[in-house]
Design a protein around this ligand. Structure first.
Ligand code: ATP
Ligand code: MG
Length: 431
């Protein structure tokens, strides 16, 4: 194994014929293979990940195991892709904790560790979008943001409004909002905002006054959030070729009365990207038939979702679930990739596990979770996952990676980040 150091890099997710044709172009440098045991093991060849073709990457690990860190490493790699490849790719990151904005700053704290890897601290150009209603908060705190993220009111169907407020058909408010939205769409077409919705609810004659008041209260809360506007963020603005776009949904996590917000955001972005890519894929195909280059205005898209079990739960309904399953099932053809991270694979929809073609797992200890990922254990994996996790060094940054292409499993150390890590564990100490 000692000569592993000199071996060529392993490229996860890239078939041999593509390696022959493209070499290491369009890949992400994720880390290095571990070639000895112990807490400070010797590291060998590089491990790269193919970013040029569609994949479903699943990142697992227990709390604090390094999932978000590894996701940030992948984002940094998108930022430094070869310009030609980069211009064909757009990245959208659903940031559940509000930690990825710090990719904009170089990591000056860990320069010596980076030097050990022959790397240097550097910033990664990303665009950060936050809810309109939180824009001034971010600015006051000196957190650099690039703009608000808003949803166009008329793009929400009655069912999506219900999901936003977590209402069902059994709720009188659910019935009321769907009726009002249908009427508005008929009367006003595509140009109305929350004020118009509130006015229409107020005028409704078929509902009880209490129901109307309850719904109006919810709509007022929604107004404060500044998420739903007459005209919203255009999907093209968050999927420009070569751009990396962080949608910070952390503010919506605990928003009372707005529990469904993060789900709606993912569902709408996912739906629109799917539709657009389907159309553009046809344009690209037509160009290839005519013997022209495979170009179109709409790049292939990677969506990265942290805490993915919240959007793709195993046994609950979620407005984003159906759309993400569609990405997983047919995303390959239109060029839609997903990177899903979760600390609870046991709670994740089983298709997200069984369909993943690149598996990255940090330490896991909960038996239920280990059992869930064991589902994906292919015939080429002989040893128990359980044993692998036990043998993994306890220090941060180690992971098992499984690649369907080479049918191999590796223990790796994820490379240090170039950019500042805003996800470090909170502490009561001042220094
Ligand atoms: N490859 C690594 N190299 C060095 N430090 C790391 C590495 N991975 C993780 N860490 C450290 O561990 C901390 C926790 O990692 P991270 O936030 O990625 O965990 P997580 O799995 O996303 O946890 P949670 O489930 O709570 O979201 C990081 O802030 C970082 O300090
Ligand atoms: Mg995390």
């Amino acid at each position: 194994m000692a000569d592993d150091l000199n071996k060529e890099a392993t490229i996860l997710g890239r078939p041999a014929k593509d390696i022959e044709k493209y070499g290491e172009k369009g890949t992400a440098y994720l880390g290095k293979v571990v070639i000895s045991s112990g807490e400070q093991p010797v590291l060998g060849r590089k491990v790269l990940v193919d970013l040029a073709k569609p994949h479903l990457i699943l990142i697992c690990g227990k709390r604090g195991g390094g999932k978000s860190y590894s996701m940030a490493v992948l984002i940094e790699e998108f930022a430094r892709l070869d310009p030609v490849v980069k211009s064909r790719v757009a990245v959208i990151v659903i940031d559940m904790v509000g930690i990825f904005w710090s990719l904009k700053f170089p990591d000056k704290l860990h320069e010596s560790e980076l030097a050990d890897w022959d790397l240097k601290a550097s910033a990664s150009p990303v665009n950060v979008f936050v809810p309109q209603g939180k824009l001034s908060f971010y600015k006051e705190k000196g957190i650099p943001v690039d703009g608000p993220f808003t949803i166009k009111a008329s793009e929400l169907s009655g069912i999506e409004w219900m999901a936003l407020f977590q209402l069902t058909w059994k709720d009188a408010e659910g019935i009321l909002i769907t009726r009002v939205i249908e009427q508005l769409q008929e009367k006003l077409g595509t140009y109305y905002g929350l004020d118009e919705v509130i006015a229409a609810v107020r005028k409704d004659e078929e509902s009880e006054p209490l129901t109307r008041q309850a719904l109006i209260n919810r709509l007022h809360v929604a107004k404060e959030w500044g998420l739903i506007e007459k005209s919203g963020t255009k999907i093209r603005d968050i999927s420009r070729p070569g751009s990396i776009n962080i949608i910070d949904v952390s503010a919506y996590r605990q928003a009372i009365g707005m529990e469904g917000t993060k789900d709606i955001i993912v569902a709408l972005i996912g739906k629109k990207l799917f539709e657009e890519r389907m159309l553009f894929r046809k344009e690209e195909e037509a160009k290839i038939i005519r013997g022209e280059q495979r170009t179109s205005d709409m790049p292939i898209v990677w969506m990265m979702i942290d805490e993915a079990h919240m959007f793709m739960p195993k046994d609950e309904d979620n407005i984003a679930l159906r759309i993400l399953l569609e990405w997983i099932r047919v995303g390959r053809q239109p060029g839609l990739s997903l990177v899903l991270a979760t600390q609870r694979p046991e709670r994740l929809h089983p298709d997200a596990i069984s369909q993943c073609d690149i598996f990255i797992s940090h330490r896991m200890t909960a038996q239920d979770d280990i059992k869930a990922v064991s589902l994906l254990r292919p015939s080429y994996l002989h040893s128990d996952f359980d044993k692998l996790y036990q043998e993994m060094p306890r220090t941060k940054g180690y992971a098992i990676v499984l690649d369907d292409n080479t049918e191999k499993l590796w223990l790796i150390k994820v490379r240090p980040r170039f950019s500042w890590d805003a996800g470090v564990t909170a502490s009561a100490f001042l220094e």
